[in-house]
Design a protein around this ligand. Sequence first.
Ligand SMILES: Nc1nc2c(ncn2[C@@H]2O[C@H](COP(=O)(O)OP(=O)(O)OP(=O)(O)O)[C@@H](O)[C@H]2O)c(=O)[nH]1
Ligand SMILES: [Mg+2]
Length: 416
Amino acid sequence: MSPSDISIFLETPVFATATPPGVSALAIVRLTGWNLKPLLEPHIPGISKLSHSRARLIEIPGIDRAVVTWFEAPASYTGQDVLELSVHGNPVIVQKLSEFLEKNGATAAQAGEFSYRAVLNGKMSVEEAEKINAVIMASSEAEINLIRSSSGINLLLEDILGKARELLAIMETAIEFDEEITFPDLETLRNQIDFIRTQGKITRNKHKLPKVLLYGPPNCGKSTLFNAIIGFERAIVSDVPGTTRDYLEVEVTVKGHRFVLIDSAGVREITEEIENAGVNMTLSLFESCDIILNCGPSLDDPRCTNLKTKSDIERSTDPGIINVSAVKREGLGELMNKIADQITNLSSDNWQLWVSERITDDLENMYVIVSDAISSPLMEIKAEFLGKLIVFLEGLLGYEDFDLYGMIFSRFCIGK
Ligand SMILES: Nc1nc2c(ncn2[C@@H]2O[C@H](COP(=O)(O)OP(=O)(O)OP(=O)(O)O)[C@@H](O)[C@H]2O)c(=O)[nH]1
Ligand SMILES: [Mg+2]
């Protein structure tokens, strides 16, 4: 965007609900723009008396009493005035408030627009904004910690760019003066790219929520245990074997670990078509899941935790088996600890650096370009590939040339 486009873009105040949709104790609607006080005072009397970073209870006529917090430009998240309206968390109230703001000159924000405005107003760099969003989207405590501790990837990429430029200069001199020189060391350059690229792949992998499967024969209590872990009655439970057919997934957080818990059809030899389709789904889930909570006969698979369900009726004496009774709520604590341990073990790879999803594919391209340079026998061709790498890196580091919003901010949350 040109500077005049930016200023036109920033002129319109925007708002978004910063809390998740649905019923909740409170809902927060954020509004940002220039000169919000004169804009809103006629409609919300008292707004103009707010002082910076202070909250006050204010009546929004016909809508709700809200706790309103005021952040005055430029000392706000976006660099513009920011108003946070905390209302009762009823979707009807939130919708009325949104309509009210729209009627009075604001428009609904796009995903990531608050952060985008913060970058345009010089409050933070693109990388900082990406990190904030990454923290919000992170799948685990380990990921949050790594995002916070990883110093900018840009520094590493700039270093690679600097080295590539140096090497290209040496090559061009050699070509021009037809000098006999040894081929410059492109391997070190490739190793540097390879490190970030590998870390990008690990980051991508770790970002996916681990899948934890409840597995076993029909009627062994998988669905009852599923409901007990998620804390509400999601799955149908009955004493008829073959109750669960389609599998069910619910996202759960246990001891700081987020994962997807899956309840599946009980596995048995069956000719009935629909149940058989469910069993086939379970068998393919068994292959793809990261952790298996096995409620049937013990299995020797490192992904498996072997359980004895319905332990109120009969217990296992095998120390390698966890006794669980979903009905009596026994053994659930031990099971949760075990799941948390297994998830921790999944993340113990050599994960040293958090790399944005946005550049993971670019790193793969860079790796291929340098590999092509290395395998080319002629200096001229090596130089050509290196030139290509430099242009690629310049594009990646010089955000001006690409659609900043489309490439980065559109992936953010609404309201951030
Ligand atoms: N005593 C006792 N009964 C249980 C326990 N867990 C489940 N049951 C009973 O066992 C029966 C089967 O439970 P489900 O949870 O439907 O079993 P399932 O493994 O999901 O069965 P399918 O969906 O058919 O594969 C129901 O009658 C439950 O009430 C438990 O911990 N103790
Ligand atoms: Mg079931």
